[in-house]
Design a protein around this ligand. Structure first.
Ligand code: NAD
Length: 491
């Protein structure tokens, strides 16, 4: 194949074991004649140390944005330098909104499930931008920390459309959405409702939802019952590592971060500094991520050929030191890669891969956007202000707080409830409710069925701030039947 017919991708070798495993994977790709042109970019610890605050050079950014695909080794974010994780930043800045992690049993990688003959073949799709990963956190007092957990309809919509397109391309018949909407009714409720809304466009796929803790239990007991599971960011982070544990650890868990313009393929393990430079690291996770990348790029037969050689290699007991039979000698990283190359064209006994030509993904090379876009939102009725939750730091008991509030409340609002850590402590309470010096006071319009305006709220907050430490003000909004705030427990 001529150079011009090859697909251009950006490659960042990474830190620690990154260069060793990347070199081995690219050796395998080259031996398989995978039609790729590699553009190596400067990214990782050394570039943080050279003063690039994002951990990459402007040229690296340009190359990645031009080619739209980044194949990367693990990278280290220097500790204590106030810099953000290069991995998380890359995923967010380039809006790779879906994280895809595949898990299957590999013959030769012993787990309780492989030994019991229970097949596992599932994919976890995790929303990759939102949730607590915005890192929007505050200290309301020296003892009280809060985090914004943002779940949005447009973001969930974008994610679930991808989930169902992916399921369709895979020929999956079932998609499960996991969440915690019994507790987080607004955030996870919105996520789950969007799942069911998008599912309507895919009637051929069976859908269901599970509370995430129930899912965790079911995954450990019946991992063969799941095909595709979609989750929010943090819950997906935890559940996908649980699934890695089911199939033999992070060394067998590939990962893709998919966006509309840029996608990133990487191993999920870290830089393994303890074994770096010894040529003993296991390149399987990065190789599997590379196989996902080849399928993403429509190179199905190359992906199948390499994956079958890997399966054959594992099946025949070749292993690096981190897995495999204890009584057989481990091979080095390069020997492992060479064995895979020697096994091209051989047929694994179990789990041979044969795709029918459908790509895992449907990549469409888009032109560079001229400016950031605002995702489409749903039309809602006019917004009305029902009241406000005002958060304060106070060391007084709730009835004393209420007496102080009465001095400045005025006649437009009434104090409805005071809660502590989400539980009602005024006008009545349980003496067993231990409290902390952090109250939420809920104020609503004094006149029934009337509404307030912003100045009512912020003037009240100003008057209160003369008597107590106001930490935050949250406006209670309503759009017709849509109530934009949660109820208070015990109210
Ligand atoms: P780690 O995954 O690097 O190592 C944990 C253990 O697993 C170590 O004993 C290591 O030797 C072993 N291990 C990991 N990958 C292996 C492989 N391919 N073959 C054989 N053994 C392997 O986790 P850590 O020690 O917590 O993190 C080290 C560094 O990696 C940190 O700087 C962290 O920030 C970074 N990290 C990067 C990524 C990423 O780039 N996506 C992910 C996780 C951690």
């Amino acid at each position: 194949m001529t150079e011009s017919k090859k697909i251009n991708i950006a490659v960042a070798k990474g830190d620690g074991i990154g260069p060793e495993i990347m070199d081995s994977v690219i050796k395998i790709f080259d031996a398989a004649n995978a039609p790729l042109n590699y553009h190596y970019v400067d990214m990782g610890k050394d570039w943080f140390n050279k003063g690039f605050s994002t951990g990459m050079t402007p040229e690296a950014t340009e190359t990645i944005e031009e080619h739209g695909v980044l194949f990367k080794g693990p990278m280290e974010t220097p500790k204590g330098k106030g810099v953000k994780s290069i991995n998380v930043t890359a995923r967010k800045v380039w809006n790779t909104y879906a994280n895809v992690r595949k898990f299957r049993i590999y013959h030769g990688v012993d787990t309780v499930f492989s030994q019991a003959g229970i097949p596992i073949n599932m994919t976890i799709l995790r929303e990759n931008i939102e949730d607590t990963y915005g890192g929007i956190e505050y200290m309301h007092s020296p003892d009280v920390a809060v985090s914004y957990r943002l779940i949005t309809k447009p973001g969930s919509d974008q994610f679930f459309k991808y989930v169902f397109e992916y399921a369709k391309a895979q020929g999956a018949t079932q998609v499960t959405c996991a969440h915690k909407s019994n507790i987080m009714k607004l955030t996870d409720g919105l996520f789950m409702n969007t799942f069911y809304d998008v599912a309507k466009q895919y009637p051929e796929i069976e859908v269901n939802d599970l509370i995430v803790d129930d899912l965790a239990m079911k995954l450990v007991r019946f991992p063969d019952k799941f095909q595709i599971i979609a989750l929010t960011n943090l819950q997906g982070d935890i559940i996908s590592d649980l699934c890695a544990g089911l199939v033999g650890g992070l060394g067998f868990a590939p990962s893709a971060n998919i966006g509309d313009n840029i996608s990133i393929f990487e191993a999920v393990h870290g830089t393994a500094p303890d074994i770096a430079g010894h040529n003993i690291a296991n390149p399987t996770s990065l190789l599997l991520s590379g196989i996902m990348m080849l399928r993403h790029l429509g190179q199905i037969s190359f992906a199948d050929n390499i994956e079958n050689a890997l399966l054959y290699t594992l099946e025949n007991g070749t292993h690096t030191g981190d897995f495999g039979a204890k009584d057989s000698k481990p091979v080095s990283t390069t020997e492992f890669a060479d064995t895979i190359i020697a096994n091209f064209g051989k047929t694994p006994e179990v789990g041979m891969v044969k795709h029918t030509g459908i790509a895992d993904f449907t990549p469409v090379k888009k032109s560079r956007p001229s400016e950031l876009r605002i995702l489409p939102v749903t039309q809602a009725p006019e917004m009305k202000i029902a009241g406000a939750d005002i958060f304060i730091e106070s060391y007084d008991l709730p009835n004393v707080v209420a007496q102080q509030v009465a001095k400045v409340i005025g006649d437009k609002v009434v104090l409805q409830i005071i809660s502590n850590r989400g539980t009602k402590v005024w006008p009545s309470n349980s003496v067993f409710t231990d409290s902390v010096p952090h109250y939420r006071m809920r104020f609503v319009a004094a006149e029934e069925n009337s509404h307030l305006n912003y100045s009512d709220i912020f003037e009240l907050a100003t008057r209160l701030s003369e008597l107590m430490i106001v930490s935050d003000v949250e406006v209670l909004k309503e759009w017709g039947d849509l109530i934009g705030y949660s109820k208070i427990q015990g109210a």
